[in-house]
Write a protein that binds this ligand. Structure first.
Ligand SMILES: *Cc1c(COP(=O)(O)O)cnc(C)c1O
Length: 224
């Protein structure tokens, strides 16, 4: 199936409140334009360099989501155009995003990335780190950040029960924040979870943003 057909099929199956982020990493501009011409303008990239290059060459009404691990020294390259950063996983990174956002005179939408997997290759706050981050009062502290919710990645496994439990755990973390510290923050409403292989499960567990790459654009070839 073509990119356009994949997009149409996935979108028609989504509940109204779920946003599809088309993950375009490693894919050429033509593929992004095929999605764009099919009226899809929400893209996710995991590397700063690749995102800025694509941003410069493509139409300016695209929403760019940074979904991968972000190094503090690279925030400045995306601060004036990124729509949302899904991968805030330390106070140091939040400090830098805030600084760059204020410099650009804007607020940047951010999600707190939570560590929900049983793997040591994934990033994110664990529950203790989240608690001390919340203690630092990030709403007051960061005038350049608009906190929109949480993000997480499940373990890479075939065990659907485990994946389901990890998503349910992220939903619970979200609920606690939503009814607690972020109770007066109306933009705090997103749970970014689910990829090509597990987005249906993620939606059942309450996802509001799915990040889907290969199911739209085909498998990635990292050797080219
Ligand atoms: C690559 C990537 C995705 C999309 O993965 P697919 O399996 O191709 O859908 C989602 N989230 C993050 C953080 C990624 O790096």
């Amino acid at each position: 199936m073509s990119i356009a057909e994949n997009l149409t099929k996935i979108k028609s199956s989504l509940p109204q409140n779920v946003t599809l982020i088309a993950v375009t990493k490693t894919k050429p501009l033509e593929d992004l334009m095929e999605a764009y011409n099919n009226n899809h303008k929400i893209f996710g990239e995991n590397k700063v360099q690749e995102m800025t290059t694509k941003y410069e060459q493509l139409p300016k009404d695209i929403q760019w989501h940074l979904i991968g691990h972000l190094q503090t020294n690279k925030v400045k390259y995306i601060a004036d155009f990124v729509h949302m950063i899904h991968s805030v996983d330390s106070e140091k990174l939040a400090d830098e995003i805030n600084k760059q956002a204020i410099k650009k005179g804007r607020k940047i939408n951010c999600l707190m990335q939570m560590y929900i997997a049983k793997e040591d290759t994934k990033f994110g706050f664990d529950e203790n780190e989240l608690n001390s981050f919340i203690q630092s009062n990030p709403i007051e502290k960061y005038q350049g950040i608009n906190w929109c919710g949480v993000m997480g990645m499940a373990t890479f496994t075939d065990n659907t029960i485990q994946i389901k439990n990890e998503f349910a755990n992220l939903k619970k973390i979200f609920n606690d924040l939503k009814s607690g510290y972020f109770a007066y923050n109306t933009d705090f409403k997103e749970i970014s979870m689910g990829m090509s292989d597990d987005y249906k499960l993620a939606i059942e567990e309450g996802s509001t943003m799915i990040r889907v790459g290969s199911a739209i654009f085909g498998s990635r070839n990292y050797n080219i």
